[in-house]
Write a protein that binds this ligand. Structure first.
Ligand SMILES: [Zn+2]
Ligand SMILES: [Zn+2]
Length: 648
């Protein structure tokens, strides 16, 4: 008999040779129907693998990440089978599962795959799937494996790097492939499959190697899941921040200015400014002081901070002064500058914490292929701040930062978020700097702060930076995608490197602890995520314009101007569309611009001193006619629903 430990901690005895599927059946028929893959003692196994030792077993279903991985990887086998069938002579290389689906890299030789081939491949994949072929692993000797793949230099290379005795093939139907394992029980559960795209990919990601064709696909256990997935992709395309940024005239890129360097257009700059003012106001209340530092710094500064040794070679290279032979770097982070600000004065424990905040623009080299809209850029502005405090203050400082981050997320309509606490790997204490006592203090401070603030958090061992533990906020956007936003990090390293001190109650000099924090992360990334989350319908307080006045004809231009003036008195941002266009056209354009309110003025309104209010996206339903004062009240009430005052 062998003892199997299940994830809930329960231990059950089974006969030697029991399979994960047998274990599932012993729990429930329902589970057995849904189990699609398994892990035994931390290693992926087949659901049909015979277990011969004691160990812990995890059973995965489609709802688990690992389950999806097995599902998608298995589908890549079937797709490879079909590709070989329909394109004889091709050479298969690697076909792993990815975050959304799978791919197979193929050397198509003289043939070529195009969009027109997709349907036929998909149909055949489903046809084979319906035949319910089992996936079966079998060991193959190295000599035999090399002989089988003697005409495929890619598989030959893979096999050459494997130890004899560890090589396995996976069989299904009349197809086999070199494979480590991790499959669904049989092809029958693949009910929907689609080829998403093809792209060029170098063998092993090295551009010196031959370019292969990467065939991307995805599959699902239900047709409905595929339909929903495709709808979600369409919606994501509509919400793409690069598309919306252009339509709403927020930002642009110019090849002349340089790749990855966003240009903020007037509306985008106003939006950014509003976000900055919003955070500055809350930070002021929370005891932060604004500082300003230059965009470049001497190379020595980053040698001291350690950034040069770590990132120097992969960064923008130094700028040399013409006469003095000085070397400067574009600022990759604001922290070293802020350390030097701290160092301008001697401090006592009574002065701490010091909280320096700066919307600091930094520059980091990213390869051109990595650049993506506002989410991967070469120059960006962090809503940065560094808190210098004593070890005893860490706990309360951390809680205060969490309060601020939650306030920011709440005001911007992000309600669905989780927190990740990254702590040390206790098995590798040498990886970390700073003493154990301080680490324990900091980790406990973060965990208790997360708990006390009611965060939905997970603790990840070994994910801390070498210089300190951290807390990251992950938000889910309107499409259910996860993004990392704000971060709070404890740092023992920079205070050491910059020899920061304060005089303690014992009259001796001590090192302060540094906290790095940025609720938005960066203005660029945050605005990109906010754009995709809201589809450009920002919270009303943030909209570049809150209302547009549409006059029915030139006759009412003066009244429109008067309305604008009154709105400005109520601090409502508005503009007039007095183009010589029909009201229908003006409304359509305002809808595209995502104007929250369209205020129509004509004869009746001018006579009565009113406006006719139409709401964005409501197709004229619920239009109301009100006075300016009444409208201002509506606007302010809506703003107050999201934008609260920050209370310390
Ligand atoms: Zn496989
Ligand atoms: Zn920092």
């Amino acid at each position: 008999m062998i003892k199997i430990t299940l994830p809930d901690g329960s231990v059950k005895e089974f006969a030697k040779g029991t399979t994960p599927m047998d274990v599932a059946k012993s729990i429930s028929e329902g589970l057995a129907r849904n189990v699609i893959s398994a892990a035994f003692n931390g290693t992926t196994v087949e659901t049909s693998t015979e277990l011969t030792t004691d160990g812990s077993l995890i059973l995965y279903t489609w709802n688990d990440k690992e389950g999806k991985k097995a599902f998608w990887h298995s589908t890549s086998h079937v797709m490879a089978q079909v590709l070989e069938e329909q394109f004889p002579g091709i050479k298969l290389t690697l076909g792993p599962a990815i975050d959304n689906g799978f791919y197979y890299d193929v050397d198509f030789g003289d043939t070529k795959i195009t969009d027109a081939d997709f349907k036929k491949i998909e149909d055949r994949v489903l046809e084979i799937s319906r035949e319910k072929h089992e996936f079966k692993m079998r060991p193959v000797s190295k000599v035999e494996a090399l002989a089988i793949y003697k005409d495929n230099e890619y598989k030959t290379e893979l096999i050459s790097n494997l130890e004899d005795g560890t090589i396995t093939f996976c069989d299904h139907a009349n197809f086999f492939d070199l494979c480590r394992g991790g499959h669904i029980p049989n092809t029958g559960i693949i009910k929907a499959m689609k080829i998403m795209s093809v792209a060029g990919a170098y063998w092993r990601g090295d551009e010196k190697n031959k370019q292969l064709t990467r065939v991307y696909g995805i599959s699902f256990p239900k047709q409905k899941d595929l339909t929903e997935y495709l709808e979600l992709l369409e919606e994501a395309k509509r919400r793409d921040h690069r598309k919306l940024g252009k339509e709403l005239e927020l930002f642009a890129f110019s090849q002349k200015v340089g790749q990855g360097l966003p240009l903020w257009l007037p509306k985008g700059a106003a939006l950014r400014d509003r976000l900055e003012q919003f955070l500055k106001k809350a930070q002021k209340k929370a005891g932060y002081e604004q500082v300003v530092t230059p965009h470049i710094g001497q190379k020595e500064l980053y040698v001291t901070s350690g950034h040069y040794a770590k990132y120097g070679a992969d960064s923008f290279q130094p700028i040399h002064t013409p006469a003095e032979g000085e070397e400067f770097l574009l600022k990759p982070m604001n922290c070293p500058h802020h350390c030097e600000i701290y160092n301008t004065k001697p401090w006592s424990y009574k002065d701490l914490p010091k909280r320096y905040a700066e919307f600091g623009t930094v520059y980091r080299y990213e390869q051109s292929g990595e650049l993506h809209g506002l989410t991967r850029v070469r120059g960006f502005t962090q809503d940065d701040a560094h808190i210098f405090c004593t070890p005893d203050q860490l706990d309360s400082e951390f809680k205060k930062v969490i309060d601020l981050v939650l306030y920011v997320f709440g005001s911007l309509g992000f309600e669905n978020f989780t927190a990740q606490v990254s702590v040390r790997d206790l098995d590798n204490p040498d990886k970390y700097i700073g003493n154990v006592e301080n680490w324990e203090k900091a980790e406990n401070a973060i965990i208790s702060a997360a708990r006390d603030k009611g965060l939905n958090y997970v603790i990840e061992s070994g994910e801390a930076a070498f210089y300190g533990p951290k807390l990251d906020f992950m938000v889910k956007d309107a499409l259910g995608r996860s993004w990392q936003l704000g971060t709070i990090q404890v740092d023992y390293n920079l205070p050491e490197r910059f020899e920061l001190t304060y005089k303690g109650a014992d009259d001796k000099l001590h090192r302060p602890i540094m906290i790095h924090r940025a609720p938005f992360g960066s203005m660029e990334r945050f605005i990109a995520i906010l754009l995709e989350h809201t589809a450009g319908n920002f919270p009303l307080w943030l909209m570049p314009e809150q209302a547009i006045i549409l006059s029915l004809s030139e006759k009412y231009e003066n009244y429109a101007k008067k309305v604008l003036e009154l709105l400005e008195n109520h601090e409502i941002r508005a503009l007039i569309d007095n183009r010589n266009e029909t009201i229908g056209k003006k409304i359509r354009d305002a809808e595209v611009q995502k104007m929250p309110f369209m205020l129509i003025v004509g004869e009746e309104e001018a006579t009565n001193g009113t406006i006719s209010v139409r709401r964005h996206g409501q197709e004229g339903k619920g239009n109301i006619t009100v006075t300016i004062e009444e409208f201002a009240k509506i606007v302010n009430e809506e703003i107050a629903k999201t934008l609260k005052t920050f209370e310390v």
